[in-house]
Design a protein around this ligand. Structure first.
Ligand code: SF4
Ligand code: SF4
Length: 187
């Protein structure tokens, strides 16, 4: 029993420390007032409210945090962190956990959301701005859901909602930013 408690304490310490190391966000400042959750536009679809997920992080409940869909449904609107009396960057903490999961090769609860996020970043790195058709292609390759939303895609193509060819304006500058961030991450 004592050993169990020690392990839990160590885990708790490590999760909080890891989140802080990745993002500089200290989730221990949260005192569970619940303001973030009452303002969150997506809370109705989350299995844990943002308040509960932050609490699970404070307690070092890795499994609860990793298995929750909350951070994957978060749309980073920042309503929660704007309302937070303790200035906790809640979506930033969610992103930090996603980074930790990636490093630890944990399976994401919503792999399609991760596929969209990665494709978006890749698109920006390549073209310097959003090239929707290219992004859709990469998402399809990542998710292997080739026929999903095909009808809607065709309709959008007919209405010229997609550029057929990418533009490269600002691409070089954007790549430089990506390289700089990568260097900082390595350091
Ligand atoms: S940033 Fe995420 S968690 Fe915060 S209010 Fe918006 S959707 Fe909800
Ligand atoms: S608003 Fe801030 S202090 Fe209140 S529960 Fe959310 S994260 Fe914690």
């Amino acid at each position: 029993m004592t050993e169990e408690i020690i392990t839990l304490k160590e885990k708790s310490f490590k999760l909080g420390e890891a989140v802080a190391a990745v993002s500089d966000i200290d989730v221990s400042f949260c005192y569970q007032c619940g303001k973030c959750s009452t303002g969150c536009p997506v809370a109705y679809a989350m299995d844990l409210t943002p308040t509960q997920l932050i609490h699970a992080m404070q307690l070092g409940l890795h499994d609860v945090v990793y298995k929750s869909n909350t951070m994957w449904l978060c749309v980073s609107c920042l309503t929660c962190s704007t309302r937070c009396p303790q200035d906790v960057d809640i979506p930033g903490a969610f992103d930090a956990v996603k980074i930790l999961m990636e490093r630890n090769k944990e399976t994401p609860r919503e792999p399609d959301v991760l596929a969209v996020t990665k494709s978006f970043a890749q698109n920006l790195r390549w073209f310097g701005r959003m090239y929707e058709l290219g992004m859709v292609g990469v998402i399809k390759l990542r998710t292997r859901k080739f026929t999903q939303d095909l009808g809607m895609g065709m309709k959008m193509l007919k209405k010229n909602k997609f550029n057929l060819l990418p533009g490269f304006e600002g691409a070089w500058e954007t790549r430089k930013i990506f390289r700089r961030v990568k260097k900082q991450e390595k350091a």
